[in-house]
Every structure is written in C-alpha cells, then in structure tokens.
Write a new protein. Structure first.
Length: 117
C-alpha cells in the first residue's frame, strides 16, 4: 500500500510503514507543507495514496466522502506527543492488510478503529 503522512504527524510513521513493506512519503518530502486540504487530497488521489493525518476535518464524510479517495486514516488521540503517536500507530500497523483501506475512512483511536465507507 502507498501512504502519504500529513505534516501534523511524526515522520517516523513513514519509517514504520516502510519497515512493514509499504510505500510512505511525507508532505515534507514532496514540498507540500502548508498545502490546503483539497489540494493535499487531490495529490493523494492522483498518486493513489492513503492519507494519514491528525486533522479531524478529514473525518467528515460529507465533506470528504471516502469512496472518492484512495483511503483516509485519521488518528484521534487524547495525547499528541511524538512518542505516543508513534506507539499508537505501531499498535495498528499489523491490521493494515486485514481490513480494506481503499475508499474507506479509518478513524484510529486508543483501543479501537472505526471504519466507514
């Protein structure tokens, strides 16, 4: 799978995905830091990448219908310190091949993942 890591997440999440056999790039690597949400999603769609972000706006299925995108993963966490986010993401990485991501919204929370189409 191919992923794009938003600027609001640690770059180490891209490293975790790469180590797990996925392709992952960050917005920094592509010079997209500060790009508007729609532009960012357009590029993800063009590259067929799953967007991974802390931005709760992307969880709005009215504004961003999952069926129109290669996948959206929003991390909802009570803590946003770097180490905690890395550990939270590590806890779900083995699930990536078990449930579909393409055309779905994953909302990752502590202890659960909600999947919406």
């Amino acid at each position: 799978m191919k992923f794009k890591i938003d600027e609001n997440l640690p770059v180490e999440i891209a490293y975790l995905l790469t180590a797990a056999g996925h392709e992952a790039v960050t917005v920094y690597e592509q010079g997209l830091a500060g790009a508007c949400d729609l532009r960012f999603l357009e590029i993800c769609q063009k590259e067929e990448r799953v967007l991974v972000s802390l931005d709760l706006d992307f969880a709005d299925i009215q504004a961003y219908p999952p069926t129109q995108y290669s996948g959206i993963m929003v991390i909802r966490s009570t803590r946003q310190d770097k180490q905690y986010l890395i550990e939270l993401f590590q806890s779900i990485i083995s699930l990536l091949g078990q449930e579909p991501l393409k055309n779905y919204l994953w909302i990752v929370e502590e202890g659960r993942i909600r999947i919406r189409s």
